[in-house]
Design a protein around this ligand. Structure first.
Ligand code: LMR
Length: 394
């Protein structure tokens, strides 16, 4: 049976991780996978996470199953973090999922059950695993323009023009904040326009929010998601705890279905629990319980927010230093967009050939579409990257 298997396409981001590890050069810079690193290159366990884990070790007296939807306290805490009071709780169905990817997968399975004819619209570009899972599930998809490679900002006119073609019931996937891979984000006014268009078209927004707290702050980064959820009758929201709690390997995420009313929420809740059962039964609990512990304990929450804010401000400083260094080397402000982008990533906006040249000549590892993980930099490697960018003639 296994002889019939075709080789699967390698994931671009994960294969870059392997290539970086295999490179014997001392001087190499990893700007690949979206994992936060501090100035010494480590991905630390956050203080509040350690404390919450310790508390769990001491106090937890069972490892028996939770419910199929996960611990309801986790759903409540995460709905509060992401949505605040934008939507009445009774209109929301929610399940814990294995990471943000699990939430995306469950959302797509839900779409397939509820609206098999719907086309899912993706930004071009988007996180490569979005189209990959959509294709794997055989769901119709289409793209809308998003990135303007001249300004390295959002091609908003192109986006709105492409979204004119959506049909009633189609699903439009939007990044709630910190767009991956570009770092270019919609303004508040643009979000209002998008919401008005989706309402007029009777389309369903599907928000992927994986970097809340990495852009302009925890509340500011949730603003667009809240605006969408409050402004439409129905939407889907996939949220990840991997990055903002730094619990990547614990696989902690949540899928929320915002529905028209309590009755629809009950139906969505039942289907989400059913989908969890079909795919893995009970969702992972450890990370979810850590998150719940932090979010519901005022002292732990304050410490988590403070550490996350340090991380965010550190990334903003790195962005500014890189833009400054490039201005110094080129006497030109054309790289200022790096300081304006938000989140973990910036798309440099160059060719795969020049990305490869920077890897060969300077040991710089960025994704082939020129996505850089800003958190992979430090004060020592900024001049190395800036020099590589200039030498390559970007
Ligand atoms: C990324 O985009 O690098 C992260 O979301 C990690 C991943 O799973 O691809």
């Amino acid at each position: 049976m296994f002889d019939t298997l075709a080789a699967q396409p390698a994931d671009k981001i994960l294969s870059l991780m392997a290539a970086y590890r295999a490179d014997p050069r001392e001087a190499k810079v990893d700007l690949g996978v979206g994992v936060y690193k501090d100035a010494s290159g480590k991905t630390p366990v956050m203080r509040a996470v350690k404390a919450a884990e310790q508390r769990l070790v001491d106090a937890q007296d069972t490892k028996a199953y939770t419910g199929l939807a996960g611990d309801p306290a986790f759903s409540d805490a995460m709905i509060g973090l992401v949505l605040g009071d934008a939507v009445e709780r009774e209109r929301i169905g929610a399940v814990a999922t294995p990471g943000g990817t699990g939430a995306i997968r469950q959302a797509l399975e839900l779409i397939k059950l509820a609206a098999p004819e719907a086309t899912v619209w993706l930004s071009n570009p988007t996180w490569p695993n979005h189209p990959s899972i959509i294709k794997f599930l055989g769901i119709p998809s289409a793209e809308y323009r998003y990135f303007d490679s001249a300004t390295r900002g959002v091609d908003f006119a192109g986006m709105m023009e492409d979204l004119q073609a959506i049909k009633a019931g189609d699903v439009v996937l939007l990044h709630g904040c910190c767009h991956n891979p570009t770092g270019a984000n919609l303004s508040g006014a643009q979000w209002h326009e998008v919401i008005a268009l989706l309402k007029a078209k009777e389309a369903i927004p599907f928000i992927d929010i994986a970097y809340q707290g990495f852009g302009d702050g925890l509340e500011a980064d949730a603003a667009a998601t809240r605006l969408v959820a409050a402004g439409v009758d129905e939407c889907l929201i996939a949220a990840s705890c991997s990055k903002n709690f730094g619990i990547y390997r614990e696989r902690t995420g949540i899928l929320m279905a915002v529905t028209r009313n309590a009755e629809a929420a009950t139906k969505a809740q039942g289907t989400l629990s059913f989908l969890n059962r079909q795919n893995y039964s009970f969702p992972p609990d450890h990370g979810a319980r850590v998150v719940t512990t932090i979010l519901t304990d005022p002292a732990l929450r304050a410490d988590w927010e403070a550490e996350l804010e340090e991380v965010r401000l550190g990334m903003l400083t790195l962005r500014q230093s890189l833009a400054d260094e490039l201005k110094r080397l080129t006497n030109d402000d054309r790289f200022d967009f790096l300081a304006h982008h938000r989140g973990m990533f910036s798309r440099l906006g160059t060719t795969p050939e020049l990305v490869e040249k920077m890897r060969a000549d300077h040991g710089i590892y960025m994704v082939g579409d020129s996505r850089m993980n800003i958190a992979g930099l430090n004060e020592a490697t900024i001049p190395v990257l800036a020099r590589a960018i200039v030498d390559a003639g970007v």
